[in-house]
Design a protein around this ligand. Structure first.
Ligand SMILES: [Zn+2]
Length: 118
């Protein structure tokens, strides 16, 4: 059981503890636990962190690209419908990487909710 690096884990959706390809149960949904080592992925709460960054990053990319294409080529209005699938694809790819990175960092640094020390 060799723990993967951050880059390998995020690119391949690997478990941060054992390296099994078990982090996702769907395109962007995290699995509940690792099928290789039993690590509880629910405890690695990644929340909405990746989505917030993706809204800003993907939104900026799409708007800038749409404005540049419109000012350069002045296409018909329906040509801009291409931005919808592009935005969905970029969001799904980004969510996968973002969730994998946050899950990896959460596991490595043993993050969790704050607790009062007794
Ligand atoms: Zn595992």
């Amino acid at each position: 059981m060799t723990p993967p690096t951050l880059v390998r884990a995020s690119l391949n959706g690997l478990c941060p503890r054992c390296g099994a390809k078990s982090l996702f149960r769907g395109p962007v949904a995290l699995a509940r636990y690792c099928s290789g080592c039993g690590l509880d992925f629910d405890a690695l709460d990644v929340g909405d962190g990746p989505a917030v960054f993706l809204i800003l990053i993907v939104g900026t990319i799409i708007v800038v690209a749409a404005v540049v294409v419109d000012l350069t080529y002045a296409p018909a209005w329906w040509v801009h419908l291409v931005w919808l699938p592009v935005a969905i694809l970029l969001t799904m790819i980004g969510l996968r990487f973002g969730k994998a990175i946050l899950a990896y960092q959460s596991f490595r640094h043993d993050s969790g909710e704050g607790r009062l020390v007794k």
